[in-house]
Write a protein that binds this ligand. Sequence first.
Ligand code: HEM
Length: 154
Amino acid sequence: MTAFAPVYALHVLAALVWVGGMFFAWMILRPAAVTALEAPARLKLWSEVFRRFFVWVWAAVVVLPVTGIGMLQLSFNGVAGAPRYVQVMMGLYVAMLALFLRVQALQLPELRRAIEASDWPAGGAVLGRIRRTVGSNLLLGLALVAIVAARPHW
Ligand code: HEM
C-alpha cells in the first residue's frame, strides 16, 4: 500500500461526513422536526444539533485541504500540477467554507440569542436563513462529489 491510500481514504471520509451530514439534516431531520415539534422545542433541537455536527464539520474543514494538498504533493507534482477537476474542487471548497463560516459565526449566535430571549418568531426567521445557507452548501457539496467522481468518464 502506498502513502496515497490512507490519505485518500481520510479525504473521502471527511467529504462523506460533511456532505452526508448536511444531506441528513436537510432531507430527513428538518421535515421530521417540523412535523413532530413545536417552535421552541424545534429551535432548541437545532441549536444542539448544530453544536454537535459542527465539531465534525470543523474536522472535515481541516482534514480536506490537508489531505488534498498531501495527495497533490504525493502524486501530482504539487499544487501547481493540480488537474482541472482538482482546481474546481479547491474553488468549491472555498465557497463551502465561506457558507459554513457564515452559519457558524453569524447565524448560529443569532439563533442562540433568540432562544435565550424566548423570541420564537426571531428564532424561526434565523433558522429559515440557516436552512437556505445549508441547502446551498449541500448543493455545492453534492455537485463537487459528482464532478470529481465522474472525471474518468469525461
Ligand atoms: C483544498 C481543498 C481540496 C483539495 C486540495 C482536494 C484534492 C483532492 C485530490 C488531489 C484528490 C485525488 C484525485 C485523484 O485521485 O485523481 C481528491 C479526491 C476527492 N476529493 Fe478532494 N480536495 C479538496 C476538497 C474537497 C472537498 C471540499 C470535497 C467534498 C466535500 C472533496 C471530495 C473529494 C472526493 C469525493 C474525492 C474522491 C473522488 C474519486 O476518486 O472518485 N474534496 N481531492
